[in-house]
Design a protein around this ligand. Structure first.
Ligand code: PEP
Ligand code: MG
Length: 609
């Protein structure tokens, strides 16, 4: 079965969807249109050129409709991603501006579209938040489709592939990934993309292994090469040896067995073996994702990122539009809580009509609460919508990027003002909502004792806390190897917060990615986090791991953790101590074990004791 004469090659990318698959590579030839010619048109031809553009958009709309109609059953709850792309086709930022450019500059439609997309890209490029960057990718996917229609380029239809294969592509749009036929496509790998992309959400929903962000896999992998994808750790093995194939056969079977058991039990409480109950909640970005949180056994929404509504349109959303979306989420999940985080925008450029506006350091700029306090009308509108939605269920408000005491006081003052105004107007609302702050800036950790007196809960945003504490840009691949959740500085910060929260009688939650990796759980339990929130797909594995742990042991374990000087030392200690539980209760995952323990395990599996 192996490709003889070829050396085994291992590529490492981003583990976007867990699981293992083994099969032949199928290179997908979906290219964007690279070369676009510019030419000028006469005043008389402007209307025809606009008509040509509109008909390319209409054709794209038809294509999207066909894809939505034929999407696999598993994606029914997720077609909102495709619906969003369909809506983006007529987005003012794309559609309106392209027509204006054709009119004003008297250029051909292809050139106008290319120019507009490049403006949009540079506007989003300045944002450090990977989530926001991914939204720019959505616009690029949509415009690629229009462009192909304009130049008459056909793209390969993934739906037509009639062999059992693994897809290898430079990039896959959500629309392309939605055409995957589960009977044929075992998994996919791409050069581009990452964990927060909609394409990765689709892979997780379809439950097929996927590795993205490999850089140049399409140059290394050839059609029909035998490859293994390990979507759990993010590796792709080309030309595997017989031994590797055997090893992965065992891992794959074990993983499938465990996955079935974990999913079956995901409705059970996350209660430790010594009776301590932890809430495991879901993070969402779009209201439609609530369904996944419920399906995966989440105890509520621990983080509702509200940015998307502000970025999907060039004008600010109205109060009623925000209210409608929040109310939907609140009602669907009631009586479980919904933690609505106020706008976490990277500066005001997303609303600006001037794409040239830039901050030198957007991550340190007018972001999140700083933006809201500088633009109190925008803030008030959102707070009004949240308090009104709170009348329909269980709502908490969460404020991002707090770095000082004054910001908390000012936020509370505005919140009171908004509630008073609603009261006077006689509008239905609920003032009885808990107020929490994200702890994601080191200064907030240091003055946590001061902040605790003003709020009901802290929520640890480890994605940013790690970025700001270790001085590592979370979106920069060059320093990604230095980004460690288990860095001793981060563990000490969490301990400090947990101690403050306990002493001051407030709750400590965590909604950063650190919460979603089962390997971190002994430490999070040992330090005393009250509630974890994560991408919905991670909920079952985290719950399964919690049920296998004891708080008492985890607390005692912390003594050894604090003796470690490095992140790798902490990780190795967890693997040595908890490796077998991770392996048995979570997934057949290489990283679960210390290296020696792992080798012994596989030797035993193969009967080589
Ligand atoms: C975080 O920083 O950990 C977090 C949850 O917020 P976001 O990823 O949206 O910045
Ligand atoms: Mg954050």
């Amino acid at each position: 079965m192996t490709d003889t004469g070829s050396r085994e090659i291992i590529l490492t990318g981003i583990n976007v969807s867990p699981g293992i698959c083994i099969g032949k590579a199928y290179l997908v030839d979906i290219e964007g249109v690279d070369v676009v010619k510019k030419y000028f048109i006469s005043e008389d031809d402007v209307q025809d050129e606009i008509k040509r553009f509109k008909s390319a958009v209409n054709k794209a709309k038809q294509q999207m409709l066909t894809i939505i109609t034929n999407a696999p059953e598993e994606l029914r709850d997720h077609t909102y991603i495709l619906e969003t792309h369909k809506t983006l086709l007529k987005d003012k930022m794309l559609y309106g501006r392209t027509i204006e450019t054709i009119k004003n500059e008297k250029v051909n439609a292809e050139w106008a579209l290319k120019k507009v997309v490049s403006d949009v890209k540079s506007m989003f490029k300045n944002m450090s938040d990977s989530y926001l960057k991914e939204r720019a990718t959505d616009i690029v996917y949509v415009s690629d489709r229009i462009m192909r229609n304009l130049v008459g380029a056909e793209s390969e239809k993934i739906a037509d592939i009639d062999k059992r294969v693994i897809l290898v592509a430079n990039d896959l749009s959500p629309a392309e990934a939605s055409q995957i036929n589960l009977e044929r496509i075992k998994g996919f790998v791409t050069d581009r993309g990452g964990k927060t992309s909609h394409t990765s959400i689709i892979a997780r929903t379809l439950e097929i292994p996927a590795v993205m962000g490999l850089g140049n896999a399409t140059n290394i992998i050839k059609n029909d090469n035998l490859i293994i994808i390990d979507g759990t750790v993010g590796t792709v093995i080309i030309h595997p040896t017989e031994e590797t194939l055997l090893e992965y056969g065992v891992r794959s079977a074990k993983y499938e067995e465990l996955k079935a058991a974990i999913t079956r039990d995901s409705y059970l409480q996350a209660e430790t073996a010594d009776g301590f109950q932890l809430k495991v909640m879901g993070n969402i970005e779009l209201p439609e994702e609530v369904v996944s949180v419920i399906d995966y056994g989440g105890d509520g929404i621990g983080l509702y990122r509200t940015e998307f509504q502000y970025l999907s349109s060039p004008i600010l959303p109205k109060e009623y539009e925000l209210f409608d979306k929040y109310k939907d989420v609140v009602e669907v999940i009631a009586p479980k809580p919904v933690t609505i985080r106020t706008l976490d925008i990277n500066g005001d450029k997303a609303f600006s009509n001037n794409p040239d506006y830039m901050e030198a350091n957007p991550a340190l700029g007018l972001r999140a609460i700083r933006y809201c306090l500088k633009n109190p009308d925008v803030f008030r509108t959102q707070l009004r919508a949240i308090l009104r939605a709170a009348a329909f269920g269980n709502v908490r408000i969460l404020i991002p990027m707090i770095s000082s005491y004054e910001e908390v006081l000012e936020t509370k003052r505005i919140l009171d003002e908004v509630a008073d105004a609603l009261d006077k107007e006689g509008t239905l609302f609920n003032r009885n909502v808990e107020l929490g702050i994200m702890i994601e800036v080191p200064s907030a950790v240091i003055i946590a004792d001061i902040l605790a007196g003003e709020v009901d809960f802290f929520s640890l945003g480890t994605n940013d806390l790690i970025q700001y504490s270790l001085a590592i840009d979370r979106g920069n691949r060059n320093v990604a190897h230095l980004y460690h959740s288990l860095h001793p500085a981060i563990i000490r910060m969490i301990k400090q917060l947990a101690d403050v929260a306990r002493n001051k009688g407030i709750k400590l939650f965590m909604c950063g990615e650190m919460a979603s990796d089962p390997i971190n759980l002994p430490i999070l339990l040992g330090l005393g986090i009250d509630e974890l929130s994560m991408n919905p797909q991670s909920i079952p594995a985290v719950k399964s791991m919690i049920r296998a742990l004891k708080v008492e042991d985890a607390r005692a374990f912390m003594k050894d953790v604090f003796k470690q000087n490095t992140a790798s030392g902490v990780e190795e200690l967890i693997r040595e101590t908890y490796g077998s539980i991770l392996f048995e209760k979570v997934y057949a995952r290489r990283k679960a074990f210390g290296d020696r323990a792992q080798k012994n395990y596989y030797r035993k599996q193969k009967g080589q004791t």
